[in-house]
Design a protein around this ligand. Structure first.
Ligand SMILES: [Zn+2]
Length: 317
């Protein structure tokens, strides 16, 4: 099947001097600022959020994707359990209403909630981290995040260009830098920084052992700013275009045998039943190659920037 259109994102990053995404923490709200949400009516905002809280977060049964990586999320919002002999990582906690089903899923797979030691995130948007605080309490795990998203996690507010729903503030136990790997029980996860979608948007990557092979798995988290966000001369994020381009280039440096995303419905379509019965070679090995996938995402973004520039020139006397 064709997997060229995927809706989610992730990352990895280097220590080179990267552009910083501006954050104005002095302002209490995102109201009236140039983000996608400013373009929507209240009714449209409610409808938009409802989809995440209703059908996208519907419970589904968990399954092993490959190696030590398990899907414990909902119908179209991912949560990944990555296990080790010394405790587990949980990558993304979804909207708050998903906590019950994630707990069910972890336990249905035979794992213990109390063995989750580290909670990670793809990016600080409500549909991926709204469950962090309650999950932190249920497991006693530590929350690790790239520094550029940590302020939003702790503030309980969406500080990205999107500026959507908030969440219960959660303490970040460790602020990571681009490329700063973390290790637990012999499993190493590396964050690649790809700002734009959110200031600290993160594409995680790791090796896993599967059917006698070592496979490089990337969790794509960062597809550039949401549709409708002002890209050029955004007053809150004056370097948004450069930041997003840096993010795509940083992700392009990664090697991936296969990749997973935060909204799995499209990429899993037609192959989920095969993954559930552990077909090998792994169905996700037929994805569009990572380099092509990221190049296409970057091209789409550049086209958006050009279109915005053209329309600005048309409206300028
Ligand atoms: Zn998002």
């Amino acid at each position: 099947m064709k997997l060229s259109r995927i809706l989610v994102a992730g990352l990895f990053a280097s220590t080179m001097s990267a552009p910083l995404v501006a954050q104005d923490l002095s302002q209490p709200e995102n109201v009236g600022r140039p983000g996608r949400l400013d373009l929507l009516t209240l009714e449209q905002k409610v409808a938009n959020g409802q989809s995440f809280h209703t059908h996208q977060s519907e419970p589904v049964e968990p399954f092993r994707i490959l190696g030590n990586i398990y899907f414990v999320g909902a119908s179209n919002i991912a949560s990944y359990l990555i296990t080790s002999p010394e405790g587990h990582f949980l990558l993304d906690t979804g909207v708050q209403g998903m906590t019950t089903s994630i707990k069910h899923n972890v336990e249905a797979l035979g794992f213990k909630m109390g063995d989750i030691k580290i909670i990670l995130s793809s990016h600080a948007h409500f549909d991926h981290i709204q469950g962090h605080a309650i999950m932190q309490r249920l497991t006693g795990a530590q929350v690790f995040a790239l520094a550029a998203d940590a302020d939003a996690l702790e503030a309980g507010r969406d500080l990205s260009p999107l500026g959507f729903e908030g969440w219960e503030p959660v303490k970040v136990d460790r602020r990571l830098q681009d490329g700063e790997s973390i290790e637990l029980g012999g499993v190493t996860l590396t964050p690649t920084w790809a700002p734009g979608h959110s200031p600290g948007c993160t594409t995680w990557s790791m090796d896993t052992q599967d059917s006698g092979e070592t496979l490089r798995v990337v969790f794509f988290g960062c597809n550039g700013p949401n549709d409708g966000v002002q890209l050029i001369n955004n007053p809150r994020f004056p370097t948004l275009v450069e930041d997003a381009l840096f993010g795509f280039d940083n992700m392009a440096k990664l090697q991936a045998d296969l990749y997973l995303t935060g909204h799995p419905q499209v990429p899993f379509e037609g192959i989920e039943h095969l993954m559930r019965v552990q077909v090998r070679p792994h169905p996700l090995l037929n994805q569009q190659p990572w380099a092509e996938f990221i190049a296409a995402r970057k091209q789409d973004f550049e086209a958006r920037v050009r279109a915005e520039r053209d329309s600005l020139q048309q409206t300028t006397p």
